[in-house]
Write a protein that binds this ligand. Sequence first.
Ligand code: SAM
Length: 383
Amino acid sequence: MPIRPASDAALTACEFFAGGGLAGLGLNLEGAGFRTVLANDIDPAKARAFRANHPDVPLIEGDVWTLTPEQIPGAPDLCWASSPCQDVSLAGARGGLQAQRSGAFWGFWKLMQALDAEGRGPRIVVIENVIGLLTSGGGADFVAVCGAMAEAGYTVGALEIDAALWLPQSRPRLFIVAMRETEGARRPGPAGPFHSARVIAAHTRLPEAVKAAWAWWDLAPPPRRNRNLAALLEPGAPVFKAAETRTLLAMASPLHRARLEAIRASGERRIGAAFRRVRIENGRKVQRLEMRFDGLAGCLRTPSGGSSRQYVAVVDKGRVALRRLTGREAARLMGVDDAYRLPASESAALKLMGDAVAVPVVEALTRQLLLPALQDARAGAAA
Ligand SMILES: C[S@@+](CC[C@H](N)C(=O)[O-])C[C@H]1O[C@@H](n2cnc3c(N)ncnc32)[C@H](O)[C@@H]1O
């Protein structure tokens, strides 16, 4: 599944905060979409994975703040930025976009402004981030990002999209799409699953000048998903020894234990996802094992200290087996096919995928919104 060399006439994209290049895969539509002409990421391990999978795409390994317009070829049609989310994540410390890691967004934006000054600014910019960006800094971060884009002449709109509509992974993410000198498909007001209550609330908080530049982008949900977690699992992956399984199960809260006991008592075979979480109970931090048996994996994260590592739980005839989710399974949960080359180390593979964007979500945006907007503009210019 490399990024295919779409024809020279193809629309061009630059991929910032590229990680393993999953945004580029979705934009590329197997050669029928955008051609990535430049990618950037600061992390050497991510850069290695990117190069292994997309050898023909130029990648600059380094801090986005150090990039200069001379390094950007031509006038890219679209720039994609999946900037780091830790500081705006609802699960994190929420230092906001001013904080060091998520502040990298402004390094990207400075580059967009410099390109603009040379008349080479993109007609479309897409920002992908966690839902926490809608409310971090008391809502100020979202206002700042949308405000900067509106000021640069873009029409801006946001969509909350859960990858679970395409893949058996619960992964709600925010996509801010900004367009200029072109028209994307839009609705007169909020509608459908992607203009969520949280997006509508964040829109309400925008200043009038930014609201005037707002668009409710039109995106249709996919047909009903028919694959669940069990369909993506690798057969024969080794399970934990009984003692380790007992230790993990002992961390389950009474509610999760009761759910598991009910499945055990039924004797049915059920596949679930489990993950360790630190919860505050009675003022104390407690490690908990949480389990779900709804056919979905929980949101993949980058494993740090094992606390966000996911497990697979197989309950059969009253017996429970637990094992780690594999890197390949994580890749499948992101919509990446098995031709994708994962790092040899399992933890590096899980880190790569835990940080990434789900490919079918990018494909849906590309097919329905991004590509038509630019192709229509091209057709209009040719007429
Ligand atoms: C949320 S991940 C995006 C992953 C990517 N969308 C994918 O699908 O694999 C954020 C990425 O930003 C990179 N990053 C963080 N700070 C950066 C900076 N200052 N300059 C360039 N890249 C940075 C990280 O290494 C990480 O790969």
